[in-house]
Design a protein around this ligand. Structure first.
Ligand SMILES: [Zn+2]
Length: 432
């Protein structure tokens, strides 16, 4: 544990700390002359927030408010006190900018050090950081976290997998931080380049996040690295701070400790809602994350006392509605990768050219399998989708290595085909 004095607080003491911090935060925000904060908290009687349990009196904050107040409208400090900005990738509309004071950067480093320690990281490790550096919070977040933990951080960033696996072998990587899809891609590359054995002799853990990923995908990653690496889920979002909001510990697979002395979690109608208790530059009150989860009860063997959330089921806005059935891409992944004969690469294609959308999954054989199992495998998988998701899904299985690998950024899994001139349309026609 990186900060046992904070991470293993007695529950009563934690609630006191949270209450204290919330009262102070609201008091500070109510004094600001900013139009955003005046409007947000204008309806709140001074002194009506006395306890963390009063949080339900506060209004929610949504992603669109961040966009509408672009770039500095939500600041709670002078712009001159902002030492850094990050921005979301803008995959869902306009990018959003988030700001940090020097103290926020310190916090960002601390909570990322906690994540790495939760995943099994230690002082003195070599940490290979293949999250993208730049406006995205992943690269610099894990970078500062690794340094704070006392690791030797290799700032590899995304892309160039051949060079990356050589670096991991040469420098003796103990930990790997990146997206889960890139972790799998690096394992495949290490195997192909004959570097797997060398890397296996040092690699112990991975801290993987920024994409929803299933237990079956975890099994794929661990198997691809030959069983030496424990793959851990880390969670965060730029609107709250970036990575460092929650992390799986070595004692609790499947659930993540929320660092709730800084980020107060609520789960409302299945959606995770977060309040930053200590951030200075750009605090968010009851931010609706769009991430679907639930609280996991019970004490954890690791000694951390913070509440845990289940690994994310997906995002509210990722949910696909196919012929009246709600399905998250992660459920598709779970059914697909449950079969050892397919690799970890796949694409979900939603054909919306007619009134009744059709779903198709393109996957590929795992290595060293005879290609004549492809037809049988495709029909087996189609039957499983029908049984488990009550959904008709077309399945096509390609040769090993036939699907394009994405080398940077968050993996794109879902592709919509909306018109006949869509570049994917001829491909679908061929497979029908
Ligand atoms: Zn734990």
């Amino acid at each position: 544990m990186f900060q046992p004095e904070h991470e293993a607080l007695a529950p009563g003491r934690l609630a006191e700390l949270q209450s204290d911090r919330l009262v102070r935060l609201i008091g500070r925000l109510q004094k600001l002359s900013s139009p955003f904060w005046k409007a947000k908290l204008g309806g709140l009687e001074p002194g009506s927030i006395r306890d963390i349990r009063d949080i339900s009196r506060l209004p929610f904050t949504t992603k669109s408010e961040l966009r509408d107040n672009f770039p500095f409208g939500m600041l709670a400090v002078d712009r001159a006190e902002v030492v850094r900005v990050h921005a979301s990738s803008g995959t869902r509309g306009k990018p959003t900018v988030v700001s940090y004071t020097a103290a926020d950067i310190e916090l960002f480093a601390d909570v990322n050090a906690r994540c790495l320690a939760s995943a099994g990281g230690q002082k003195g490790d070599v940490l290979h950081n293949a999250y993208g550096y730049g406006l995205f919070t992943g690269g610099l977040g894990l970078h500062y976290g690794g340094e704070r933990l006392g690791a030797t951080v290799v700032p590899a960033s995304g892309g160039n997998p051949g060079f990356q696996v050589q670096l991991m072998a040469d420098l003796g990587a103990n930990g790997l931080a990146c997206t889960p899809s890139f972790a799998l891609l690096l394992a495949e590359r290490a195997e192909r380049d004959g570097l797997l054995k060398t890397i296996q002799s040092t690699l112990r853990y991975g801290a993987f996040g920024a994409e929803p990923w299933s237990e079956a995908f975890r099994a794929k990653i661990e198997e691809a690295w030959g069983g030496v690496l424990e793959a851990h889920d880390i969670y965060g979002l730029s609107e709250v701070i970036g990575p460092g909001v929650a992390a799986e510990c070595t004692a609790s697979r499947g659930s993540l400790h929320v660092f709730e002395d800084h980020f107060y979690p609520e789960v409302i109608d299945g959606e995770l809602v977060l309040t930053t208790l200590t951030k200075e530059a750009m605090p968010v009150i009851r931010y609706r994350t769009g991430d679907v989860t639930s609280f996991v009860d019970g004490e954890c063997g690791c000694g951390r006392t913070s509440r845990r959330i289940a690994r994310l089921a997906g995002r509210v806005d990722d949910m696909l509605v196919i012929r009246g059935i709600n399905v998250y891409p992660k459920e598709i992944e779970a059914v697909l990768l449950d079969d050892k004969r397919v690799s970890g690469q796949y694409q979900i294609i939603v054909d919306r050219r007619s009134a009744l959308p059709e779903m198709m999954v393109r996957a590929e054989l795992a290595g060293n399998l005879s290609t004549d199992v492809r037809a049988e495998l495709a029909s087996t998988l189609a039957r499983r989708f029908q049984e488990r998701l009550r959904l008709r899904v077309g399945v096509s299985i390609g040769e090993p290595g036939s699907l394009v690998r994405q080398e940077t950024g968050k993996a794109r899994r879902v592709w919509d085909v909306t018109s006949a001139d869509d570049p994917l349309a001829p491909l679908l026609a061929r497979q029908e």
